[in-house]
Design a protein around this ligand. Sequence first.
Ligand SMILES: [Zn+2]
Length: 324
Amino acid sequence: MQTRRALLKTSAGLTLAVGAIAALPSAVLARAPIVGRQAAGYYRLKLGDCEITALSDGTVALPMAKIYEGIEEKDAETYLAGYFQKNPTETSVNAFLVNTGDRLVLIDAGTGDLMGPSLGKLVTNIEAAGYKTGEIDDVILTHIHADHSGGLSRNGKRVFENAVLHVNEREAKFWLKADAAAKADAGLGPQIVQAEAAVGSYIAAEKFKTFADDAAPVPGFTSVLRKGHTPGHSAIAVESKGEKIVFWGDIAHGDVLQYDRPEITVEFDVDQKQAAATRAIAFAEAADEKYLVAGAHHAFPGIGHVRRDETNYDWVPLLYSANY
Ligand SMILES: [Zn+2]
């Protein structure tokens, strides 16, 4: 049983202790300021002899429930909410750098300054990852949409000053040799102007090459025509020591809805029907062959596998590894 004297002693001690804490320097209380910005956006993995660096151009909140076609907006919103995804939906824009040991190849080039300050971070993240833009030998585009080509040029100058730019030939024809009617189209016209501005400086400098359907754009890199989203949209693949990764471009927008319902398209698909058919083929092949997939609009770093489940497919993100 505690005596009154002991109790007094204890409470005196307690008072002293509280006083001592209050007198300590504020650093101990850890009132650190809120940082308010994300860490550098790059992530590395090994693929055989290649080193691959996923690079974030940033994220943008897009009204995906509205952008999806073939589903009511309300239904898409409910579906996404089931995966804790809000409307608008935080959407990644990713690019990928492949170091084969012989060359440094960038796949897609982000938005540049075309889509606001939450994006356009590609060069910052290339530098954070330890590279300079001038070290990149080749840039391969999956397609010419502004979120893949916008970062190629700044104020009419090439951002990747030593790189050769590679684009599928029918993609180049569609965007860069468009006729007056296409240029006058309210939807396509502004995209054609953006495409010309992004790619033009590489053409002027004779740093622009096209590749045929399913041809190898650069030694060590193959392509597969995956048309629909755009006419020359191509997946780019790299293999090393029996491992394979396919850079998908815009085969899927988001990580969930189109995996359960591959027939759902997006309003930016140039050919909706073809885009859905292409997605079905790309999903089936990735699930069968079990190769790694890198998506431009899957949550950063956007690398994972496709598996079949009772509702068509699932996107399975790669496990983070500190020892790659
Ligand atoms: Zn895109």
